[in-house]
Design a protein around this ligand. Structure first.
Ligand code: HEM
Length: 414
């Protein structure tokens, strides 16, 4: 007689250390599992998670308690129908196509260069502390026309807001910190919003301040919530995506060498890294009616936790899912940054990440510039650092030894 393995506890230290064995158990034996710790139904197979993102019966009403209090108002992920479409259209053009290429690419390139300049001559650096946590937030702060000198405050605000979203254990201190951050950010932004309404500039914040939605301007609170969303959604995720990509490539030197030699492989490497180690490991939904998924039925109004990290490793969907391979045949880089993606790191359906192409551009610029600046790179501590985090997940540090290129001032180390 075979005995079933115990269902995993997603709030346990073992899960936090490495969730992937637990995901395997869930997919195989508990594809629909009511998790008592989070009082939510865990879904772990690719087909179920993809359906939850695409099928409108799965509402995102959960963000009313999971996100709205920290942002101080309703934001895109929580909206649906026309309200969602109209507001998404306010920012979407900045994050793709011509506006991204012509207006924001130079901003992205300058931000990457300025950060690399701070360690260009160093023998060793922490790519997380010195680059990944700073670069995406500096970019979005510049796009919004805010003051980059306040970087540390933005960083601490978005970390606390994401902490609120990710507070699976409902820790009261984490919740308070998120609410406090939301209030502080709002107080910081209000005078700036007043200024931009009076004298708009060519930045994204001015666009939000002057945009009319159904003939009326957005309220101050609508705008502060929107900015809070952009800072947190655009900062934390890309930060972790970039750090994980470098860690995964450094752990596979042959694949790093291939990407170094052929930079057109960067999107494929990013797509595979997002599949293999997605920065957002889980997203919740709330079905409006009873739904049947693999393994059973979820009642209307229940919370469903869509395990992105598990779906992306589903053996029903990918060959050798636990292997990182930039050139795997079952992931399509050409669609990986659109709602037609064959991974779920950006979700799918109407809430598919509006910043996916911005993230891709940021990563392409960063990888190109870092590889150009340093012809050789290696783990400073000898081994690959592990990921940390349960809701969002990525390397907390990434110490690398660096060998500067010809334009570096330090002589090549023996
Ligand atoms: C690799 C980096 C990124 C990852 C993994 C990521 C992941 C995600 C995921 C999973 C969602 C879906 C949330 C849901 O359906 O409940 C989402 C939505 C969103 N993302 Fe990203 N994201 C990334 C980068 C960015 C960037 C750079 C921005 C730009 C500011 C951004 C802005 C947003 C916004 C505004 C939404 C809400 C879209 C909507 O509800 O229509 N993201 N992202």
């Amino acid at each position: 007689m075979t005995t079933l393995p115990q269902p995993p506890d997603i709030l346990s230290p073992e899960f936090a250390a490495d969730p992937y064995p637990a995901y395997r158990i869930l997919r195989a034996h508990y594809p629909l599992f009511h998790d008592p710790g989070t009082d939510s139904f865990l879904i772990s197979r690719y087909g179920d998670v993809a359906r939850a993102f695409r099928d409108p019966v799965f509402t995102s009403d959960n963000y009313a308690w999971q996100l709205e209090p920290a942002h101080g108002g309703r934001t895109l992920p929580q909206m649906s129908g026309r309200e969602h479409a109209v507001r998404r259209a306010l920012v979407a053009p900045a994050f793709r196509g011509r506006e991204l290429r012509e207006k924001f690419l130079p901003v992205i390139e300058r931000n990457a260069r300025e950060l690399i300049d701070t360690f260009r001559d160093a023998a060793e650096t922490d790519l997380v502390a010195r680059f990944a946590t700073r670069f995406p937030i500096n970019v979005i702060v510049d796009m919004l026309g805010l003051d980059r000198a306040d970087h540390d405050r933005f960083h601490s605000w978005y970390a606390s807001v994401v902490g609120f979203l990710a507070n699976l254990a409902q820790d009261p201190e984490t919740a308070d910190a998120g609410l406090r951050a939301g209030r502080e950010l709002s107080a910081y932004l209000l005078p700036i919003i007043r200024e931009r309404r009076a004298t708009p500039g060519d930045d994204l914040l001015s666009r939000l301040c002057t945009a009319e939605v159904d003939g009326t301007r957005m309220s101050d609170q609508d705008i502060t919530s929107f900015v809070s969303l952009l800072l947190s959604a655009g900062g934390e995720t890309t930060d972790k995506a970039l750090a994980a990509l470098f860690r995964n490539l450094l752990a596979h030197p042959d694949q790093l060498a291939a990407v170094r030699a052929d930079r057109s492989l960067i999107p494929a490497a990013l797509a595979e890294s997002l599949r293999y180690t997605p920065p957002v490991q889980m997203i919740m939904r709330q079905p409006a009616a009873e739904v049947t998924l693999s393994g059973g039925t979820v009642p209307a109004g229940a919370t469903v936790t869509c395990l992105i990290g598990s779906a992306n490793r589903d053996e029903r969907h990918y060959a050798r899912p636990d292997t990182f391979h930039v050139l795997r045949g079952d992931l399509t880089p050409a669609t990986a940054f659109s709602a037609a993606a064959d991974h779920v790191a950006f979700a799918l359906g109407r809430h598919f990440c509006v910043g996916a192409l911005l993230a891709k551009t940021e990563v392409e610029v960063a990888v190109n510039q870092l590889l150009d600046a340093f012809p050789a790179m290696d783990f400073a501590e000898g081994t690959a650092p592990a990921d940390a985090g349960v809701f969002t997940r990525g390397p907390e540090r990434l110490r690398v030894r660096l060998v500067p290129g010809d334009d570096g001032t330090r002589a090549r180390e023996a």
